[in-house]
Design a protein around this ligand. Structure first.
Ligand SMILES: Cc1cc2nc3c(=O)[nH]c(=O)nc-3n(C[C@H](O)[C@H](O)[C@H](O)COP(=O)(O)O)c2cc1C
Length: 146
């Protein structure tokens, strides 16, 4: 049981140079180590020169981590959606997982993510309805967790 509310953040960014499978694996390994110390959970996905990452945990920790990520010259953050006061973590098992490896067997999963990315690219204002649509997708993804 978590006593504090959870802060969640999802963003889409554009890779400056294309990322190899190896670079992605190394990034997930390093992030997983760092994030487990911070008790930040979430996932990362890379497709078509775009990253999409979801982070959740204590608000100050997630914000500090996200500012570090934003300073990373390997990408440029395009759009962010924040979720204040989530009752629970959605991805409690993953400190930073490349979700492609987890969900590769789920038909239509890649498409769901692509829709989420397109949706975030097109709706640049962080409105209430945008937040609730994104949260619905995240919740449906979290229900597929092992
Ligand atoms: C798309 C993307 C996602 C990243 N996600 C994380 C992450 O979840 N956790 C993390 O520690 N570093 C992440 N990084 C790496 C950080 O930007 C940074 O390089 C790393 O934390 C080392 O920081 P330092 O050099 O200040 O120690 C990410 C980088 C990119 C490009």
């Amino acid at each position: 049981m978590e006593s504090k509310h959870i802060y969640g953040l999802i963003y889409v960014s554009e890779a400056i140079d294309s990322f190899s499978e190896l670079a992605l694996l190394q990034l997930c390994e390093l992030s997983s180590l760092n994030n487990s110390q911070l008790e930040v959970t979430g996932w990362l996905h890379y497709y078509d020169n775009r990253f999409i990452q979801y982070l959740e945990g204590d608000k100050l920790d997630v914000e500090a981590l996200f500012s570090r990520i934003c300073r990373d010259k390997r990408h440029r953050v395009i759009h962010t959606i924040e979720f204040e006061n989530l009752a629970n973590r959605l991805f409690y098992n993953w400190h930073m997982t490349d979700i492609k490896t987890v969900f590769s067997d789920h038909i239509g999963f890649e498409q769901t993510l692509m829709n989420l990315i397109d949706f975030m690219n097109q709706n640049q204002n962080d409105t209430k309805s945008q937040r609730s649509s994104a949260l619905r997708v995240l919740k449906s993804m979290s229900s597929l967790q092992a």
